[in-house]
Design a protein around this ligand. Structure first.
Ligand SMILES: Cc1cc2nc3c(=O)[nH]c(=O)nc-3n(C[C@H](O)[C@H](O)[C@H](O)COP(=O)(O)OP(=O)(O)OC[C@H]3O[C@@H](n4cnc5c(N)ncnc54)[C@H](O)[C@@H]3O)c2cc1C
Length: 495
């Protein structure tokens, strides 16, 4: 069996089948209405219609090194598109920033005009927070430089870089840090919201490895933040999302790493799900930090249901072989793809399944414990539908040894982050596919507590989701962004 078929979700199959529909996602419309052609229609922070003088936009354009793009600019449509094809929005203007000063100019323009502002890093926001209709999109897509300091074992990463840029820059030096499972995800949103990846048990979340950041706050000031400088703000950006400003550079700790890792995916038919998941519930709490294991349940294009466990051993392969032997001996797998392979094979194996333009929906929650009742519900709630899958990010290890409020990331004691999500290409499927995902997750939700802001955004529960960190976050928000300029995120209201 071709193990390339077994991706994090079987959406690979559903999406690939309708891939030609991607082109249908683009739409071409005339420029926004203008008043005597001297102004553009925009939208304020409060949602009111406002007029933007073209002279003021020209002034912004003149001050910037990168282009300011309006509808009709040849790069406008490409720039406004984000990963999730469900969000087809048209900003009044897009400021493509090439340096800190560009970002500062764009932020100042938005603040002075009280214009709704969206910040685009890698553009992977599931709920589409990085693009808006009629506002200003601050586009960081050109800030992708990564500089590796091998002596200090640090990576300095541009605010619009993708996770693949980070891996590609650090691995040739035998160094690595925690990055997520799809290489075209942005370092920006990923890190600011927490940052789970295949090394989070060994090295913690991305926020745990962040050593400093350069951030442009709502007043347009460029600030360096670290434990020694603006420590409150540095604490807040480690989990508080894009609430506090635009980060143009991240500094990460790197770790020595042999990129040839024992890794891969084991696949069993869904009929063996009980054996696999019951075994996993007992086995996984005792694993070493070196082992990342992520169970998933999905449907293949031919309608076959499967349960899979992805494994990465970030240490001595002989020890890894021994540790994962009981898993590999389990039942009768359809495929056992575990072997020695380059880490980037794992880090990119799901890129195509999650291709840009897919229409996608996901729900998630934090699981403290794999109980028998959870396993029973996983089996009973499984839906045969290639558009949707259940997948997990295993936590524990190093990320759970960080104190609850040492960073603003709120879910230190969860054992697993569980999601139901998927993708399809046909807009006509939107309502039905989302209903399938919503219904599936609703059965698992009672076993979760809290959710990961980076995947799901619940405006009405943001404060409780942050638990004991929220009050401090709200105070810091009031100090640096009292007007709530940065609100297209999991929004923290200024205290
Ligand atoms: C296919 C896919 C795979 C994923 N895999 C993982 C995973 O393995 N682990 C994990 O933890 N999460 C994962 N996620 C979730 C991911 O972390 C979030 O979607 C994250 O927000 C993406 O960041 P981005 O920069 O690409 O997104 P964007 O859409 O650009 O931004 C998301 C949010 O962050 C803000 N933002 C982005 N960059 C900056 C910046 N430089 N400064 C200030 N604010 C900024 C935006 O304003 C927006 O509010 C995945 C998401 C997808 C779609």
């Amino acid at each position: 069996m071709d193990r390339r078929k077994f991706c994090r979700t079987a959406i690979a199959a559903g999406v690939a089948a309708s891939y030609p529909l991607l082109s249908a996602c683009s739409r071409s419309e005339p420029p926004l209405a203008t008043s005597a052609n001297t102004s553009l229609r925009g939208i304020s922070l409060d949602g009111a219609e406002i007029e933007l003088e073209k002279a003021a936009i020209k002034e912004l354009g003149d001050a910037m090194t990168g282009p300011v793009m309006l509808s009709g600019h040849p790069d406008y449509d490409g720039a406004r598109k984000i990963w999730n094809g469900m969000h087809d929005r048209r900003p009044a203007l897009i400021a493509r920033c090439l340096n800190d000063q560009d970002v500062s100019n764009a932020v100042t323009f938005a603040r002075e005009h009280q214009l709704l502002v969206a910040v685009r890093g890698g553009g992977h926001s599931w709920p589409g927070k990085s693009v808006c209709d009629d506002g200003l999109m601050i586009d960081l897509s050109q800030l992708t430089d990564v500089a590796v300091d091998t002596d200090k074992r640090r990576a300095h990463v541009g605010g619009g870089a993708l996770l693949g840029h980070l891996d590609q820059a650090s691995l040739p030096h035998g160094l690595v840090t925690t990055a997520g499972v799809v290489s075209h995800t942005g370092v920006g949103g990923f890190t600011l919201g927490g940052g789970y990846g295949r090394l989070n048990r060994k090295h913690g979340l991305a926020v745990d490895n962040l050593r400093s950041a350069r951030i442009i706050t709502a007043d347009g000031r460029v600030r360096n933040v670290s434990v020694d400088e603006s420590a409150d703000l540095f604490w807040a950006v480690r989990g508080g999302g894009g609430n506090f400003g635009v980060v143009t550079q991240f500094e990460f700790e790197l770790y020595p790493f042999d990129r040839n890792v024992l890794s891969g995916t084991i696949v069993w038919p869904i009929e063996q799900a009980r054996d696999v998941l019951e075994f996993y519930a007992e086995w996984s709490p005792g694993l070493s930090d070196n082992l990342y294991t992520g169970p998933m349940m999905a449907t293949m294009p031919d309608g076959t249901g499967v349960v899979m466990v992805e494994v990465v051993c970030a240490a001595d392969p002989a020890a890894g072989e021994k540790e994962m032997a009981p898993l590999r001996a389990l039942g009768t797998p359809m495929d056992d793809g575990i072997k020695m392979q380059d880490y980037t094979v794992m880090q990119t194996q799901e890129d195509a399944a999650f291709a840009h333009g897919v229409r996608s929906y996901a729900k998630n929650g934090m699981v403290k414990e794999w109980t028998q009742a959870l396993v029973d519900t996983m089996i009973e709630s499984f839906v045969f539908d290639p558009r949707m899958a259940m997948f997990t990010h295993t936590a524990g290890g190093a990320m759970n040894r960080v104190g609850d409020v040492d960073t603003a990331f709120p879910h230190r004691n969860a054992q697993t982050m569980l999601s139901v999500g998927g993708g399809w290409m046909d807009p006509e499927m939107d309502a039905e596919a989302m209903a399938v995902g919503r219904d599936w997750f609703s059965k698992l939700a009672p076993f979760t507590g809290g959710y990961y802001d980076n995947i799901q955004s619940n405006p009405e529960t943001v404060s409780s989701n942050y638990g004991p960190a929220y009050e401090r976050l709200a105070k810091i928000k009031a100090q640096y962004d009292a007007g709530n300029l940065f609100r297209l995120n999991s929004n923290i209201k200024p205290a």
